[in-house]
Design a protein around this ligand. Structure first.
Ligand SMILES: Cc1cc2nc3c(=O)[nH]c(=O)nc-3n(C[C@H](O)[C@H](O)[C@H](O)COP(=O)(O)OP(=O)(O)OC[C@H]3O[C@@H](n4cnc5c(N)ncnc54)[C@H](O)[C@@H]3O)c2cc1C
Length: 330
């Protein structure tokens, strides 16, 4: 068996995870450009439904390994399974989502396969003349985009940043091959022990799933100011996120941070309030469909990134905006 492009698919509660749907979009485009089939590796128990979904979402060959579900899996074990699967399938392009599991496995797999690895890519394409895979990723804190490739003949591994592609649409009429893959893995490969798993409590809409995000920065000045942002977010059916400053100041928890070291969001509407527009923050929201900035400093960097901007004190701008939204909703 020899496969050209292999996606490491993540399965959550028996379904193909959204992050995997996104790399199915990116992988499908590559497969079409190269005229090659797209293969998907799924690991789990009783995941026949997810395997069928992977075909309807764009996979041509779906290989299913019977193993622990990802939520309970140890990265050492998944690494061993994926490495063994790659020995059998010999893919030359292997794609992971830039998730906890993807980040754990991809570099270690590259070391085992003597392959190249490029982490946190936002775009994949094929160079038309050479047929080389080109991998684009933000560098220098998001201030520039670098395009990487590998020497011909080297297997290429990439992790793809969540939200950098739209999730693949399901087409139940698509046909593909689903096959079990038997891999033998020595259980002693698991060296570490997971002592505790903490499920993060989410109140309201998850930041990553929100269609509208109202983000507050250092300019909000304290926890009280967020009442206005929460009011606006509720009116628009969205949720509130923050920059690093409100977390550092203890106004909001770290789980709400957007940016390089926080969440990556891609809402239809992103309203940045009292946010300077530092590159480390913009990395987390630059793929928003419409970016609106409210800042009292006309020279703030955020205005270079925003589609629409209001120069003013948010304490004056937001109450008017909220009233206007209320009147439009009536
Ligand atoms: C390695 C590294 C990783 C980082 N990762 C992240 C990250 O993931 N996410 C992140 O956000 N940051 C991150 N940072 C921090 C980042 O560099 C910035 O310091 C941070 O984003 C600044 O936040 P801010 O724009 O909210 O605050 P500030 O820089 O304090 O800017 C506040 C803005 O509010 C405006 N303002 C003030 N008062 C008002 C008012 N009343 N009305 C309207 N506007 C007002 C000001 O004009 C100013 O533009 C990281 C930094 C490093 C070094």
């Amino acid at each position: 068996m020899s496969e050209k492009i292999l996606i490491f698919g993540e399965v959550a509660e028996g379904k193909v995870a959204t992050v995997t749907k996104e790399i199915l979009t990116a992988g499908r485009e590559l497969a079409n450009q190269m005229g090659e089939p797209l293969s998907v590796l799924l690991i789990g128990e009783n995941i026949e439904g997810a395997a069928k979904d992977a075909v309807s979402l764009g996979g041509d060959n779906v290989y299913v390994v019977n193993g622990p579900p990802i939520a309970k899996a140890h990265p050492d074990l998944y690494l061993a399974i994926v490495a063994e699967a790659c020995k059998q399938l010999t893919p030359s392009i292997i794609l992971f989502s830039h998730t906890d599991m993807g980040r754990e496995i991809a570099p270690r797999l590259a070391a085992r396969l003597k392959a190249s690895v490029t982490m946190d890519c936002i775009k994949l394409s094929i160079e038309p003349n050479s047929g080389a895979l080109l991998l684009s990723k933000p560098v220098y804190g998001g201030n520039a985009i670098a395009v990487w490739t590998s020497k011909p003949g080297t297997a290429q591994i990439a992790t793809v940043r969540p939200r950098s592609a739209a999730p693949a649409e399901s087409d139940p009429s698509r046909q593909g091959k689903i096959a079990p893959l038997t891999v033998s893995v020595d259980p002693s490969c698991v060296k570490g022990e997971v002592l505790e798993t903490v499920v993060e409590e989410v109140q309201g809409i998850r930041l990553e799933d929100a269609k509208v995000v109202v983000a507050g920065g250092g300019g909000i000045g304290g926890v009280e100011g967020f009442t206005l942002l929460e009011g606006l977010a509720a009116l628009l059916g969205g949720t509130v996120g923050v920059t690093r400053v409100p977390c550092d100041e203890g106004w909001k928890p770290l789980s709400m941070e957007i940016g390089q070291t926080g969440r990556i969001v891609s809402p239809n509407l992103y309203i940045a309030v009292g946010v300077s527009g530092a590159p480390q923050h913009m990395t987390g929201c630059s793929s928003s469909k419409l970016l609106v900035a409210i800042n009292r400093d006309p020279d703030a960097n955020i205005f270079r990134e925003a589609d629409l901007g209001v120069v003013g004190d948010y304490k004056k701008v937001l109450p008017s905006l909220i009233e206007r939204c209320k009147s439009l909703k009536m």
